[in-house]
Design a protein around this ligand. Sequence first.
Ligand SMILES: Cc1ncc(COP(=O)(O)O)c(C=O)c1O
Length: 402
Amino acid sequence: MVAQASRLKNVRYDIRGPVLRRAQDLEAAGHRILKLNLGNPEPWGLNAPESMLQDVVHNLTQAQGYSDARGIYPARVAVAQYYQTLGIKDCSPDDVFLGNGVSELIVMSMQALLNAGDEVLVPSPDYPLWTGAVSLCGGRAVHYRCDESEGWAPDVEHAAAQITENTRAIVIINPNNPTGAVYSRETLLGLLELARRHDLLVVTDEIYDKILYDGAVHHCAAALAPDLVVLTMSGLSKTYRAAGFRSGWLVVSGPKSAADEYLEGLQLLANMRLCPNVPAQHAVQQALGGYQSINELIRPGGRLYEQRNHAWEQLTAIPGVDCFKPAGALYLFARLDPDVHKIHDDQKMIIDLLDQQHMLLSHGTGFNLPTSDHLRMVFLAPVEVLDDAVGRLRRFLASYRQ
Ligand SMILES: Cc1ncc(COP(=O)(O)O)c(C=O)c1O
């Protein structure tokens, strides 16, 4: 009998839990599943820029050994310079930690911070690795509400009301997964003011910072608060369509001397994992410094722009389904009107959808939303596939009752 560590007992990561297992069972039984559950661009023909691949190939022979634990110097310079252009003046390569995706850095940042009983403010809904990582590291994720009627903007007053003497940090996800909200400067200033008043570490996940529609403007939180210690994270998975490279970065800004001990811990954790995947690090400089092909995808006529519009129009035409039109990222987070669709268990609904229509979406409570009336659909697929997907959902909802 091999028992699981007790610290995993409270860790939830439902979007890849029973639902995914059911999808795998169906596939093993020979069914083809339409999967719109993952923000993974490449399977939909949205490939990384060729120049990035070439830089990896070109450097492959020099990428066989371990690198500096924080990552190779030219990649860290490129990251530091990128954030300088966004307004973080004092950002140097020494402030950059590269990681095996933002995922690894999320866990490392929480591991270095939390003691048992510490609390972290996390948005609801969230990208659930944030809540999971806080729990894994012995902390307690305390969720602040994002308000659907306000375009899913964080409710700053609600966040303020959640702060206790145990609160250590506030997590901001902007642009947001799953909602697609892009936060206003005022909202960000409100959240940052809470951090200032209560001495919280600000941790901001900006992995979709260049995936913006209809002229939405992304504000880098760290640039708005040079007086606060801020960890800013992003990477190659989304904007640069290289999720399989497992490459991301964390930048420390603000009065770092106030965080000396914490940063020592972060360095210790970076040392313990030796270094991030080295070949992929060679793509970072080209990604950040080169031609930004993402811009072709997000403007009118571009695939992401057109797919977002198309999927949103089709989805919101289903009776009893409404959805905030995302201003950023890759997802539609749709609401099923409880007066029309009486869903008590949204994970069951997603499994029933899988069984009946062979399509995989994600349930809202998997993103730590307290109510079971939402689902998330990824709009990376071409419009014909999205049409097919929305048709399946329409047929399913027309007769589905719980
Ligand atoms: C908000 C957010 N942060 C982090 C990640 C993970 O990124 P990575 O592939 O760099 O680990 C994702 C992936 O979907 C995400 O949506």
